[in-house]
Design a protein around this ligand. Structure first.
Ligand SMILES: *Cc1c(COP(=O)(O)O)cnc(C)c1O
Length: 461
């Protein structure tokens, strides 16, 4: 089909919103390594996870075999409030770049919480309610997950306690108020309200917090509160499962116009949007049906894939969570105050880690000022004010499109535009004032994090 016939916006109809999620693990020959009990180093059983997580979500977490999972009717009714999300053709950006490449992006910022995170928040709140729970606890970095979860909990009438990384709590007071508008209780982390928070504050006075600290606090509160469980907005297999709705929609939309991407790009914090966007494409790749170049983009300040170790590690600073085998910078690694809060996690999804390890995807790291340069070029051509996290994918997509300009290749690029940046104007302000730095950790900095990775037979790094 010729270029001219491809619309700016490719929408599916409401009926075409996927009714099942797709589980990439079913098609992986090398399954992601199981979560381990840190005490016994044995794979965790559902019973052991039950005090922390919701039952149905544990079943999804441990299921490496079921390819398609029905999306419950009630979740579908909430997906309809903001889905399908459009696949956009970036005609204006292409023109500004003077590239022969065709650039598409799947825009997930089209809901009030402002990111893709609502896709999993709705599922997690639904299953918690179905189990008869009273409430859930969680952490939030930049605030997108907390906002999405607060909204989902208000829909399903659940209590919601959010530990927000202190630097974001202070930088983004309006995000906090959005969460409170949806009924959530928000505490800056590390806080004095938990034992682990008090310990972290004593060990690191003046710390601005990290996702790892906030996770430890949220887990502690969930296990000590009657009728509560802990929920997580990224990294876990269940979250990638829920986020597959992004890729399934994107593929269905592109298929309508016989468009096949050559390159698929997404930013990677814990890996959920990327895992979701690539899901059906990776499925084809794993089954040997088609090939795609898949690129994870991470900040140079928190380079889990590109400079991390593939090893079992803790998911949290307090070392109370299970061990996950993943690309990690070490659970004690606290990245510099990069503005892409959603990309500051020290680890990575075990599914994506295995796929990267097995050569099914690539990774690049990009520096912060280059990311904001791309964000601004995107805003000025396509009109959407992108989140700093999403702008990592924009940077990489622009770089690939510029390579096409040199070689004359008409490649088709699809990237994930995960959210909007309205609450990130302090970061944009620093960029505009020339005060943004690009702190890249030295090998010595990283070594300190690696030294904290647990050592046991088979886990040598
Ligand atoms: C949380 C977030 C990310 C990163 O998280 P993943 O789990 O890696 O997808 C990216 N973009 C936005 C807008 C986010 O809120």
């Amino acid at each position: 089909m010729s270029n001219e016939k491809i619309p700016y916006k490719i929408y599916l109809t409401e009926e075409e919103i996927p009714k099942q999620w797709y589980n990439m693990r079913a098609d992986m020959k090398n399954k992601p390594a199981p979560l381990l009990n840190p005490g016994t180093l044995e794979p965790l059983k559902a019973e052991e996870l039950a005090p922390i997580f919701c039952e149905e979500l544990i079943a999804q977490e441990l299921d490496n075999d079921t390819a398609y999972v029905d999306i419950p009717e009630e979740i579908q009714t909430y997906y309809k409030l903001y889905r399908p999300s459009p696949v956009m053709r970036a005609y204006h950006l292409e023109k500004a770049l003077g590239t022969p490449a065709k650039i598409y992006y799947k825009f997930e910022g089209n809901n009030t919480s402002g990111s893709h995170k609502l896709n999993s928040a709705l599922a997690q709140a639904y299953y918690a309610k179905k189990q008869g729970l009273k409430g859930v606890t969680t952490e939030t970095g930049a605030g997108q997950w907390g906002t999405a979860l607060a909204m989902a909990c208000s829909f399903f009438d659940l209590e919601c306690k959010v530990f927000m990384v202190k630097v974001s709590y202070e930088q983004k007071p309006f995000r906090r108020e959005v969460m409170r508008t949806y009924g959530a209780e928000v505490t800056p982390s590390p806080s004095e309200t938990t034992a682990i928070g008090r310990k972290i504050l004593a060990d690191h006075p003046g710390t601005t917090g990290s996702l790892g600290c906030a996770i430890s606090e949220a887990v502690e509160v969930s296990t000590q509160s009657e009728g509560y469980r802990y929920v997580l907005g990224s990294v876990l297999n269940q979250v990638l499962l829920h986020q597959s709705v992004i890729g399934l929609e994107a593929k269905a939309a592109l298929d309508k116009y016989d468009i096949t991407p050559d390159i698929i790009i997404g930013c990677a914090g814990g890996g959920s949007n990327l895992g979701g966007l690539i899901a059906p494409f990776m499925g084809q790749k794993l089954r040997g049906e088609k090939d795609y170049r898949i690129i994870a983009v991470e900040p140079a300040s928190c380079p889990s894939f590109t400079r991390g170790k593939f090893a079992y590690d803790f998911c949290d600073t307090g070392m109370i969570c299970p061990l996950a085998k993943m690309y990690t910078l070490g659970s004690s690694f606290i990245p510099s105050a990069n503005h892409a809060g959603g990309l500051r996690f020290h680890g990575m999804s075990t599914i994506l880690s295995q796929l990267y390890h097995d050569g099914f995807m690539e990774a690049v790291s990009v520096e912060q000022t280059a990311v904001f340069e791309a964000a601004e070029q995107f805003a000025r051509t396509e009109g959407i004010l992108p989140a700093p996290e999403s702008s990592h994918a924009i940077r990489a997509a622009i770089d690939e499109a510029l390579k096409c300009k040199e070689t004359g290749e008409e490649k088709t690029i699809l990237f994930g535009l995960t959210g909007t940046g309205y609450f990130d104007m302090v970061a944009y302000e620093q960029y505009h004032n020339g005060n943004m730095s690009d702190y890249i950790p030295s090998d010595e900095d990283l070594q300190k994090g690696f030294d904290g990775i647990p050592q046991f037979p088979g886990n040598e790094i």
